[in-house]
Design a protein around this ligand. Structure first.
Ligand SMILES: [Zn+2]
Length: 323
């Protein structure tokens, strides 16, 4: 990175209100950084899941980095999107409607709070953004690999850009979402893809803790995206490793209540049928051996030993079918 301070970059912090009456009374803190030279517009948000604090911490560091390093264009940074979740430290959901905003995009202005917020984020705050970046990872009971998600729409020119944005984070794993998955509500990047707009989506972190490696992954990934867009100068990247590129995302549930012992960690390779966890009752009898659903990599795992039948234990990425 250039250490040179850019003179004349203005930073303004505002409280953003949205038009939907469903969102009335709420104000989102947004930091806007503008270079003197015009250029692309980049929007960055975190805190759709408020315990995924490495991404939130990265946004604070990015305000200062862009103030110093932005050469052209404008950056808008929203540290916490899911404001109603803050006082409750809600896991996964927005407490107003108990919905997961992360799977509510593109949303609807006349929908529930989560749906109205998803719509407002896409169609008001980030409507004219050249890229929207959404930072996640590490809710209270999960450990997440450093991975990114890249929606594919079936147009190579568009898809290559989305893949390059995902690769700019230098992740362990890139999950390519297939075009047929865009028909149902999804992540912000999927909502953007339905509009033929670019986005990046990054996950890293564990257990509601701020760890430097995850913060760095988010922060430096955003800066490399800004470099790709020509907004800052970045040094030539030399990734530590090639990412594992996946075309399928599998969710693995516990299926029984009990005490779970996990035997693989995020980022590890697994083969189909490999036992990746065992669930016992409280007398020590094994109730279920949990098998990997496919050859691939572990995206994340639950970190709590106490599980219910409906608990999501693992995300596993597999090469699957090519887009
Ligand atoms: Zn999340």
């Amino acid at each position: 990175m250039s250490g040179e301070r850019r003179e004349g970059n203005s930073v303004s912090t505002r409280l953003l209100k949205f038009r939907s009456p469903v969102l009335a009374g709420w104000e989102w803190t947004v930091h806007d950084i503008a270079a003197q030279e015009p250029g692309p517009h980049l929007c960055i948000m975190a805190g759709i899941h408020v315990n995924e604090v490495a991404g939130i911490e990265a946004t604070f560091q990015l305000v200062e980095r862009f103030q110093n390093e932005l050469r052209r264009g404008t950056v808008s940074i929203m540290p916490v999107a899911n404001l109603p979740a803050l006082p409750y430290r809600s896991q996964h959901v927005c407490p107003i409607d108990d919905k997961n905003i992360n799977f509510s995009f593109p949303g609807a202005s006349d929908g529930t709070f989560s749906e109205a917020l998803a719509d407002a984020l896409l169609n008001e705050w980030a409507a004219d953004a050249d890229c929207l970046i959404d930072l996640h990872g590490g809710d209270l009971c999960e450990n997440v690999a450093r991975f990114t998600v890249a929606p594919m729409i079936g147009d190579p020119a568009f898809d290559d850009v989305n893949f390059a944005l995902a690769a700019a984070f230098e992740p362990e794993i890139i999950v390519k979402l297939q075009p047929d998955q865009l028909n149902k509500p999804g992540r912000s990047c999927s909502g953007r893809a339905r509009q033929r707009k670019h986005a990046a989506f990054a996950e890293a972190g564990a257990n509601g803790l701020i760890d430097e490696r995850s913060v760095r992954f988010h922060r430096d990934g955003v800066l490399r995206v800004a470099g790709l867009l020509g907004m800052i100068e970045t040094e030539k990247a030399t990734p530590e490793h090639e990412p594992f590129v996946a075309n399928e995302y599998h969710w693995v549930q516990a299926e029984v209540d009990g005490w779970c012992s996990y035997s693989v960690e995020p980022g590890e390779s697994v083969v189909s049928g490999q036992v990746i966890a065992a669930i016992s009752d409280y007398s020590g009898n094994i109730l279920r051996r949990v098998a990997a659903p496919a050859d691939g990599r572990v995206l994340w795992r639950c970190t709590h030993a106490v599980v219910e039948a409906t608990t999501d234990l693992f995300g596993v990425a597999s090469a699957g079918k090519q887009s």
